[in-house]
Every structure is written in C-alpha cells, then in structure tokens.
Ligand binder design. Sequence first.
Ligand code: BGC
Length: 983
Amino acid sequence: MGAHDPSKEGLLGGHSGRDAHDSDSDSDFDLDATEPLDRDPFSTNSSPSKSQSAFLSNKAAQRPHRPWSVRRPLAGRSRCCVGVLAFIGVVWLLLAAGGAFVYKKYRDEPAYGRSPPWYPTPKGGIASTWAGSYEKAARMVARMTLPEKVNVTTGTGWQMGLAVGTNAPAVHVGFPQLQLQDGPLGIRFADNITAFPAGITVGATWNRQLMYARGKAHAIEARAKGINVLLGPCVGPLGRMPAGGRNWEGFGADPYLQGVAGAETVRGIQSEGVMATIKHFVANEQEHFRQPWEWGLPHAVSSNIDDRTLHELYAWPFGDAVKAGVASVMCSYNMVNNSYSCGNSKLLNGILKDELGFQGFVMSDWLAQRSGVSTALAGLDMTMPGDGVGWADGKSLWGSQLTRAVLNGSVPVGRLNDMATRIVASWYQLGQDDEKKFPREPPNFSSWSNDRLGVMAPGSPSAQDQVEVNKFIDVQANHSVIAREVAAEGIVLLRNDNDLLPISRQGFTDAKLLNSRREILARVTGEDRKTGKLKVGVFGEDAGPGSGPNFCKDRGCNQGTLASGWGSGAVEFPYLVTPVEALRKQFNTSEVELHEHLTNDSPTHKAGEAGLDELELCIVFANADSGEGFTKWGDVSGDRPDLNLQKGGDDLIVKVSAKCGAGYGDVVVVIHAVGPVLMEKWIDLPNVKAVVFANLPGEESGNALADVLFGDVNPSGHLPYTIGKSLEDYGPGGQVMYLPNGVVPQQDFGEGLYIDYRYFDKKNISPRFEFGFGLSYTSFELSDIKVEPKRSKSPLPKPRPSNVVEPPSYSTDIPDEKEALFPAGFRVLEKYVYPYLEKTDDLVSGPYPYPDGYDKKQELSGAGGGEGGNPDLWEVYVVVSVEVKNVGGRDGAVVPQLYLEYPTGGKGGEGGEVVDFPVRVLRGFDKEFVPKGGKTTINFELTRRDLSYWGVQEQNWVMPTWGEFVFKVGQSSRDGGAVEGRW
Ligand code: BGC
C-alpha cells in the first residue's frame, strides 16, 4: 500500500496488485473461454483462471430465474421432448465440434479488425457547459469516503431496490441513491403510466417536435414516479439487419435519422431534469448471442467493424446524443472487434470520452460488464445492476472488489474519483439536487410487485419489514394526446389507388369509389342495392383485443393487436384502444354495417350475417412481432426468423381479397410491425387498393388509425427503413447470424457502409417501397432549390481547441484501509452488493498485469475538443432551401428530405486510393404543415460533419474538396421529382 504516484496515474508502473476480478479464487467470474481473447494484445479482458470452466457450465444451468422471464427454448414440449432433446444433443455436439475448429482458428487469427488499446480514461470536466456541475461535484466527491465513491458507481444487485437499477447513496455528503428505469417507450413495470408508441413509430413521423414532446412527457411521468435516470432512448441497434429483434426500440435504419430522433428525445427527457441514457453503445445489432450463456455459449458475439463504418454509421447517432448533453451512455452486451463493449478502451476512452467529449457517465447494460479492474481502466463508470457475471448471486465485479482494487493500487484512485465525479456532476447538471423536484425517496412503485405492501429488496432472502411499495399514483396527465399524435403521424400510407382513402364514417354519402362498387356488386349478386348501408368487414386477430394487451409477460408473445414489441423496452399497458373498437365507435351505424372476423382463420359466412361477397369494403389486419432475446415466442427468438407476416397474415390477406365482394370489394391492408415485412404475396392483387403501415402505435392504436382512415389526420409518416421484396435483397450484411460460427461468434460487418437503402442503391436493387417513402391525401411540389455556402470548403476541421476548463483534481493518495471496513453493527442483507470489506489483512499487492498498450500515451483526437466532437464539426457550412407547395385538395404535412451525393473520384489518405461513397445519404429532413394551396420554404443546415467522411489515415472527419456536392431534396430516397442543387 501507500501513496499512488499521481504522475503515473493510469500508466503502467503505479502501484500494482491483483485484479478485483481475480482476487476471489472461488468466484465463478472467470471464463475459461476468455483465454484466446486475453492473448489478443488488444483485448481488455482480465486474466482468467483456468480451473473453473466445468463449474461454470453447472452454474449456467443453475442460474436463478430472471423474474422478467428467461428464454426457455424447450418450454411447452412434453412427449416429443426426448426426441427433441436427442436431436438437439446431436446438433449441439456437431456445433461444438465446429466450434472447437473455429475456436482454434480465432485463437490464432481473429477475423479482422481488433480493438486497439486507448488509456488512460479522459477525465470529465472539460466542457464549459458542464463547468458549474463539475465544480459542485468536485466539492462533494472530495468529501466522500472510499466506500461512498464505490457506492455511487455500483448497483446494489438485481431486485435490491424498487427500480430495475439502483446504486447506493453517499449518505454523509448528501448524495442520494439513484433510481434507474426502462425504457424507451414508457415506464416499465409501472402502473398508471402512458404506453407511448415505440421508437420506430417515432422515427416514422419524421417530426422533430413530436420526438421532443414524447421524450418530455415520458420524463414528466418518470419524475412523478420517482425515477432519476431513464434507460432510453435507444439508437443501437441501428437496423443493419431488418430481422433484428430490437430494431423497433430505435428510430430507423439510418444514422442521421437515429441521431436526430435520439438527440431530440434526449433534449425532451432532460428538459424535465431526468437523466437520459443513450443505448446500446455499440453494434448490438442482433439478439442471437448478444450475451454469454443466454444462448448456450460462454461468450457474446463480436461485431467486427472497421473504423470508417463505426464512425459514419454505428457511433454517429451517439455523437448527436452527446452533443445534446446526454447524461449517460449504456454500453452494450456484445463485443466489438473481440473486446466486450463495456471493457473496450478504444470505444469508451478513445471514441466516447476523448473524441466525442462525453461528460456524463458510462453505465453497463445489465450484466454486460465482464471483468473488474479492466472495465474500470477501459472507461466504465457505473455497473448495473451490480451483480457480476451471474444474475442475482450478489457477487459483484465492483462493489467490495472495486474497494479492494483501489486499496491495492490496481485501479488508480484518480479513476475512481473520475467515475464518481462524472455521476455526481450529471446529477447536478440535471438539477436533481433540487429536492422539490427530486425528493430523496425511493420510487412510489415497485418493479417486482403489484401489491401495496412489499419489501424494499426482494432480491435478498433476508427477512425484511413490509412497507408501502406501490402507491398507484396516476402520472398520465394528458399524455395520451401526444401518444395519439405520434401514432397517427407515424402511420405510413404506402398505397392508395384511386384515392380509396380516406373513407367516410357516414358510409356511402361521400365515398366516391364505393358508389361504383355498389353497381358492380349489384351485378354480381343480382340485387339492386342503390340504397342501404355500406357493408364493411374487419378481418384479422390484429384488429382486436385478443386476451388483452398485458397477457404475456414483458409483452413476450404476439396475440391480439400488436402495439409494442417485447422485452425491457415494453411496458404494462394502462389500456389499449384496439382498431376494431375505434371503428365500431366511429362508423355511423345507421349508415354502415360492420362485420367482424377477429381471427386469422379463413373467413366464412356466418348465419344471419352479410355474406363476404356482399362486402363493399374489407379492412384486413396483419402483423409481425419481435423483441429482446431473453425470451422467445414460437420461432421468434428475439430476432425474427424471416420478414414474413406472422400468424398466417399473408394467407388471410389473400383470402379476404378473393372473397371480399366476390373479389370486387375494395381491400385496405393495415399492418402493425416491428420492421419491414414482405408484401409480395398480395401487393399486386387488383383489389388491394390501400396499404396502411401503422408500425407499433402504443395505447392509442385504434384512435390514431381511425384518425387517418377517416381523414381527420392527413397521413404524413414516411418509412424509416427500406421494404424489400425479399430478405436476400438486403445483402449478406442484412442477415442475422442464427447459428454460431465459433465459441466467440464472429460477425464481420463486411458490407461496411452499405446497409438498408445504401445497399439497395449500390446494387441497384428495386425495393418494394424505398426508405423515406410515404403518401399523403394531398400532393406537394418542390421547387426553387437554393444553395447558400456559409463557409469555405476545407479538408479538415480547425485544430482541436484546448480545454476551456480543467477537470477537478483530487488527492490521489490511496485511502486508509480502515475506511473500507464494514461499519460496526451494520445490518447486512444477504446478496446485497456492498462496498465494504470484512477485513483488510488479505489485500495483496504485486505486479498487476495491465493491458497491453496501457502505458502508451495516446494522442488526443483531432476530431475531439468539445461535447459531440470538435466544435467546427457542428458549424453550418452550407444552407440548402426549397419551396414546397401544397398542390392537392387537402391540408397536410410534408416531409422534404435532403439526400447528399458526395463528389466522386477524389483520392484520400496516404494510400491515395479513390474514396468510396454511398450513392446518397440522408443529411436533412423537416416536417411542415402546409394548407391546401399554400406554400412554404424549408431550410436545411448542413454541418461540417454532415459533409465529411471519416478519414482512416487522417483519423479525422474529412470534407472532400474535389468536385461538387449534389443535394437532392425529395419526398423519399428515390423520389423522381426531387429538386437538385450543387456546391
Ligand atoms: C437491456 C437494456 C435494459 C436493461 C435493464 C437489458 O437486458 O438490454 O436495454 O435497459 O436490461 O432492464
């Protein structure tokens, strides 16, 4: 022990000792299979102990039941069980054999791309916008004891508080316990809250104001329920694979769209003082193998990404969130370039904290921390939920182990100070020290019980007093209005032949096309039905309530109308207005006869009802669901197995179209889905006149749909992804890896920049509906494009500015060991994670195996120097404007989109090779309401970052100075009527 040399803080040669991770020789924290990774000089995993692999597999089998449900691949099987098991056994053996081969292969030769070391962690406190908060935080942290600092950084364990995550307070200095709760679309596990539309629906609105408003309303509810930190928004997965299970939590398969929507949501949430968490950093693009053991493998998948692609696609939206001042970033489960994201020094220290200048704190996804000391060194600031490698066993990789690691010198005191300071500064930055807004009380609801009374730490078997854990406070206010607006504006009208939509609540009165349809029907049925009610049929389970919106835990099944995907991003619906309920209520029943067939079975005549061949209009519903990989529904193991409509949706549409009005009735197809679905089986049927893509609408589903069908809201949603004609059309990079290709599955993002529309464009593949597409009941004309340069072109941003403020400095003396001991008479709850030690005489010092590259001084990035990166990257370099006229017959909102075509042919980098660019990339959008006959001007401000590519040689954003940029503004990515300007 002894003083830590400040000059060597973070560098090899300081005090050494054993990794907290290694210090418990009986622990099950070490994974034998990390060995090949640890030999990788770039891996930041700590050294494993060899003896424990067998123990681990047993442990895996004994893992406690995760109360929010666990994947149970064999659940529900009975007699065929033995056969199935035998089959699985054989397959497993084969895979294991293959795995051994690949294990060997990757041991010597990782796929490509490795994560370089980047140490030490840049300290927080260099942005002028955070200066006041850091000053206050520094004063508070300086007074904290070692265990208090550790408390702030470490969760208390799974189910050891009422929220899904809680750290522990620093009581003596007045820092409270923070309450962390999911998720991106509402407050998870809570009563009387709003079930907002999912992120993908928000993306489909292309409406910045609504993105902000939804975030704000969400935060108002969070604060009223006693939450400090919301675990959203989600911008990763980005949507590389259209079948990826959690794409729906984010905003669409484009970094620019994700970035704007994520940043607006962050601003909305934080305007209410609640800390937002942008997640999951980074490249958690599929659910299969996202984390160890969940899929039977000891390790998570490694997303192998090259530097340029990481910058231009996957990290891009996180840059926007940092620029918006986000308080927290959640690192993801997967590995990136063979190093776990939450222990990846290049990602956390290099990109996030140096290059993007992130001033808040990095929090692990739940059990995404895979080692102790090395994650601290790599830039992790808070571990959640506090448990370590196993769920709910009370053995943390930090907690008392972090205390130990600081005392024996393996984790520099300065690193712990920075972790605590970042967390406390974020708390001040959001004004959470104001007790009127954030009373220092636990949440007024429990994530783990619906009863009024319960215990505060249900994860502990220790006896505890019953207290009031649920106060059932209604926090919904009038947020259903925002939920409905988002759901309605997120509806994408994909087809509307002969202007079939909107329809009238009054039946025939003003239903243009339907009058002629009556004539046709009269011919078919031989009746003259010039008078009488309009006969409308509603088909499909997706139109109705099923067994209620909360029938399956965490919404982990597809039944009834689909309003949300499943997993931690889902909430308990307070109510759900189903489509059929809204239609029933709103059609004028003296003019309209409504027939309901709320299953996906083949529709047949029912006695006493109108025959199918008498229906003039048929509205048929179908859907596709997916979710988080901890639970599965049928063959949807988180990720979808394909892009088909589920539960026989395609067949239903085909049958309804054949039978509706004997094949002459008009068919409206309504789809609720987590992402793109294939439509090829029915899209060309002649009487499928309208297709309405309603995404995941949340609690106001039916009302929002009726708003659009009846024309109260003119549809203005646009696709936040491409709808292809087949899954193969998305290219090899668009395919989920369903079977592991190794013990550490290697997923090479070899397609680079070419995902979604960028791939379709490059390969010249015609999609069914392109990215950005969406119709309106009116039409708009774009004209008069103007390009106004604001600054001159230059390849590199201005030099990185020096820090305006300096990070707080503290004593780096290693604290007195006695500080770390359990206070006398302390009541210990079993399995609860504490920062204290029972004794200190077992502390071991000795040479500590710091990761390779730990002693190499890193050059600060030229792309850094401010929140979100070098301030010059955020300067506007050119403004493009267009005139938009509403030339149709109705008022409506238009979404002009600016696509940038980079100048081609230029050479970059030292190698002098020609720089490759996608055909076009989205670099601007807006939504504007324009009355019938009206016009407006839309401005797009393009920043240096918008106009640059990531130069791998330069290690900076580079603006091409050769040739001309082409700006095309249209109403989709392939709009033939787009207007064009150049610079
Ligand atoms: C998810 C996170 C979530 C966390 C807490 C994890 O399984 O990946 O998105 O915030 O659980 O519920």
